[in-house]
Design a protein around this ligand. Structure first.
Ligand code: AMP
Length: 192
């Protein structure tokens, strides 16, 4: 299996790149943010539990997030691999994922981090908030909170996989096509 963690701050282009990677490598894309937005649409009990965190830009509880992720993976037992986008978001989630994958006889193949400076991230998130009407993308305080959480809680995940030489960092500034080529270059180097 090829299990890729697509990593980077909110607004770094993970979703856009994941959609292109799915086509080229035939992987299953799972975005935990999208899973939560799906819960929101149906105003499910899960959404009612996590709304207070998500609307403030904080992380939802690990146990609920992991349960949602596993339920989504269960839908594709024949997947040749996954692109995880927005997960893991802290070291505890990374450790749970490692244990889970090990039990399944697989592992994280690679973490690719898109490096984008704060200023650019804020610009992109704010414009996405206007287009998509996402509450957590529109309020400046919430946006800043999400960036801070990325730095304090999420960034250490890249270090976690760096220790086993699985982290690759690439420049996340450029056209969609340029960044896609950079990602493919890294992926092709490990898959051939
Ligand atoms: P995203 O679309 O990935 O930016 O996710 C939107 C929001 O969903 C985040 O700001 C968090 O509140 C929540 N969320 C998404 N993924 C996770 C995760 N792995 N752990 C905890 N909360 C998450």
């Amino acid at each position: 299996m090829l299990n890729l963690i697509l990593f980077g701050p909110p607004g770094s282009g993970k979703g856009t790149q994941a959609a292109k990677l799915v086509e080229k490598y035939n992987l299953v894309h799972i975005s935990t943010g999208d899973l939560f937005r799906r819960e929101k649409k149906s105003n499910s009990p899960i959404w009612q539990e996590v709304q207070r965190y998500i609307d403030k830009g904080e992380l939802a509880p690990d146990s609920i997030t992991f349960r949602l992720l596993k339920a989504e993976m269960d839908k594709t037992p024949d997947a040749v691999g996954y692109i995880l986008d927005g997960f893991p978001r802290n070291v505890n989630q990374a450790e749970s994922l490692d244990v889970f994958f090990k039990k399944e006889g697989t592992e994280v193949s690679l973490l690719i981090e898109l490096i984008v400076a704060d200023k650019e991230v804020i610009k992109r998130i704010t414009s996405r908030g206007k287009i998509e009407g996402r509450k957590d993308d529109q309020d400046p305080e919430t946006v800043q909170n999400r960036i801070n959480i990325y730095k304090n809680q999420t960034s250490p995940v890249a270090d976690h996989y760096d220790k086993v030489n699985k982290t690759k960092r690439i420049d996340g500034i450029g056209t969609i096509e340029e960044i896609f080529e950079r990602i493919c270059g890294v992926l092709d180097a490990v898959t051939v």
